[in-house]
Design a protein around this ligand. Structure first.
Ligand code: G1P
Length: 293
């Protein structure tokens, strides 16, 4: 049973400056909800009730967001906005959320290593805080199902165009049937020539505690940081691993263009905005394409 999740959220968000100078990138709103709330909700919807957020300097807003805010609740109550008050309370009750701070920016592998004591001897899910997945079955649930079937660490993958492989961890794979693959290799941010495939690591993992010893043995890699992909490559020498081409759509809120696309898509999913917003988009496209002629 996978009952614990780790959400690394310590990164500086340099791809999103100046917005992230004083605000965690994980708190960037997608319409009206911070990205990390979607991520915690995905974990909860996958049967997880214990979440460890690896935070760092300047990330206090995340803790405040998942805490009670009695002043705000009283205010909403006095204005008889019961639904809003309930919604605020529910955020604080989503799961048992714990925090640990990564004191130095030593990379994703190092951030995940901070979860060692918290997860103990259990398998655990890892959800990157700047990726949202929209799917009928939560992406983490899909990985947990594969873990239950294969009893091996599981990594979510998605196909990306060859010209984008340098942005991701890339896996080499052999088909196992259905959406599952046996992993044969892992490389962090390879060039198009070095990439073993165009299957990218998609920001969701189910890992087992034996990964921690591998992180300890991992030298700094890309960007001079301890990369989880490199640690998993070490683990692969002794432990088979599965990749799952998950069903659903991944939204990266860690860079500006993808963030803009995410907001548009999520706004269009909302009943109250869909119609006026699509009208606005159509008019905007029309106006802008007209001006370029
Ligand atoms: C991280 C991982 C990479 C993965 C990516 C998914 O990279 O290191 O393997 O493919 O997330 O978003 P980052 O985006 O933090 O550079």
């Amino acid at each position: 049973m996978v009952k614990k999740a780790v959400i690394p959220a310590a990164g500086l968000g340099t791809r999103f400056l100046p917005a992230t100078k004083a605000m965690p990138k994980e708190m960037m709103p997608v319409v009206d909800t911070p990205a990390i709330q979607y991520v915690v909700q995905e974990a909860v919807d996958s049967g997880i009730d214990d979440v460890l957020i690896v935070s760092g300097k300047g990330k206090r807003a995340i803790e405040d967001h998942f805490d009670r805010n009695p002043e705000l609740e009283n205010h909403l109550e006095s204005r008889e906005e019961e639904d809003a008050r309930e919604a605020m309370r529910r955020i604080a009750d989503l799961a048992a959320i714990h925090y640990i701070r990564q004191k130095e920016q030593n990379g994703l592998g190092d951030a995940i290593r901070h979860a060692r004591r918290h997860v103990g001897a259990e398998p655990f899910a890892v959800l990157l805080g700047d990726t949202i997945v929209d799917s009928a079955i939560p992406a983490t649930q899909q990985l947990i199902d594969a873990y239950e079937q294969y009893r091996q660490p599981v990594i979510a993958i998605e196909e990306v165009p060859r010209e984008k492989v340098h942005r991701y961890g890339i896996v080499g794979v052999k088909p196992l049937g259905g959406r599952a693959y046996q992993i044969t290799d892992l490389v962090e941010k390879p060039s198009a020539d070095e990439a073993p495939s165009n299957f990218a690591v998609a920001g969701r993992y189910v890992l087992t505690p034996d990964v921690f010893a591998c992180i300890d043995r991992t030298e700094p890699g890309k960007n001079n940081e301890i990369q989880i992909t490199d640690a998993l490559r070490l683990l692969l020498k002794n432990q088979p691993m599965v990749a799952v081409k998950f069903e659903g759509r991944r939204y990266d809120i860690g860079n500006k263009l993808d963030y803009l696309k995410t907001i548009v898509e999520f706004a269009l999913k909302r009943k109250e905005f869909a119609e006026p917003f699509i009208k606005f988009l159509a008019e905007t496209v029309e106006r802008n394409s007209g001006s370029k002629k």
